[in-house]
Design a protein around this ligand. Structure first.
Ligand code: GUE
Length: 291
């Protein structure tokens, strides 16, 4: 029987655990960890995401602060806000929603965020810490995927993991985490030859390409664990619907476990953002004590 991995239920559990740790942290230090989210422009898809973040922050007992900037804000104004948040002691985590409008630089903003507050784990310092195996703020989506995999599989050691996609936000950090868990890791991408054959060797298949229903049933080995990172909005009969990078219905019978979309990786990403905000607050406090 194939297991449908319930990301929503697991996210509830994680947020509950974070809430308990946040309560203990507050009790001990009289500090409430704070998460600042910066939104530029108003893309309707991101408003759902922000609503979920605010709701989860409340459940976790974190302070959630939202900053809305107009779509035509200048790079200098955005930089100034990030600088203010970097210096604000009540803010422990900073997330600037990406991608930014074309006139602004994602990379510049990623590098402007203080590494200690980098709850997205996108700063080059965070990325470098992750690949070198040091304690790091790990990008939320791959972190959530690893929690699901560890729940599903007692020992990842020696498993062949194939990651489809090589982005800095999912594919690369996901590959680092799988390697750290002693998997044999293959990354496939748009220039890979024989992508189907390589995917078919995977014990663990992670799809992070952003193309609706990209992975087909005959790409999946019998009994593989399939993690679908894609959240693609498509129109079906005039209605907006979310689909993954994986053809869920068709692949379900072949997998031993598979994540649905929605209700899979998405809720885990937000739960891990809560966890990262607490982790960042703990790191900042430990550093303050050490100084
Ligand atoms: N700096 C930055 N960090 C991010 O982590 C980031 C970002 N920018 N920009 C946008 C993307 C997108 N993203 C999602 C996270 C969770 C859901 C989520 O929870 N989805 C629900 C469903 C939501 C719905 O129903 O529309 C699910 O999959 O079940 C969706 C999207 C994080 N992103």
């Amino acid at each position: 029987m194939t297991i449908k991995i319930d990301g929503k239920a697991l996210a509830d559990e994680i947020v509950q655990g974070v809430a308990e740790k946040v309560a203990a942290f507050k009790e001990k230090h009289q500090i409430t960890p704070g998460l600042a989210v910066v939104l530029v422009g108003n893309d309707p898809a991101s408003s759902v995401y922000v609503r979920n973040k605010v709701k989860r922050s409340e459940q976790a007992g974190l302070n959630s602060i939202e900053h809305y900037l107009p779509a035509d804000v200048s790079q200098a104004e955005l930089d100034a806000l990030v600088d203010t948040l970097n210096k604000d002691d009540s803010v422990h985590g900073i997330l600037v929603q990406l991608p930014l409008p074309a006139h602004l630089s994602d990379q510049r903003v990623i590098e402007a965020i203080a590494p200690a507050k980098d709850v997205d784990g996108f700063h080059p310092v965070s990325a470098g810490r992750l690949v070198t195996g040091q304690p790091a703020l790990v990008p939320c989506t791959p972190l959530g995927c690893m929690i699901m995999l560890n729940r599903q599989c007692a020992d990842l050691s020696g498993k062949h993991a194939v990651v489809i996609g090589r982005s800095n936000i999912v594919g690369k950090p996901m590959s680092s985490l799988l390697l750290q868990a002693n998997c044999t890791v293959t990354i496939v991408h748009s220039r890979t030859k024989n992508i189907e054959a390589i995917c078919k060797e995977a014990d663990i298949l992670v799809a992070a390409v952003g193309k609706p229903l990209f992975v087909k049933p005959d790409w999946v080995k019998e009994g593989a664990i399939v993690i679908d990172v894609g959240i693609n909005a498509v129109e079906v009969d005039g209605k907006r619907k979310l689909v993954g990078d994986v053809d869920y219905e068709a692949i379900f019978p072949h997998a031993s476990a598979i994540t649905p979309v929605p209700g899979g990786v998405g809720p885990m990403t937000i739960a891990c953002l809560m966890q990262n905000t607490l982790t960042a607050a703990e790191f900042q406090l430990a550093d303050a004590v050490a100084e």
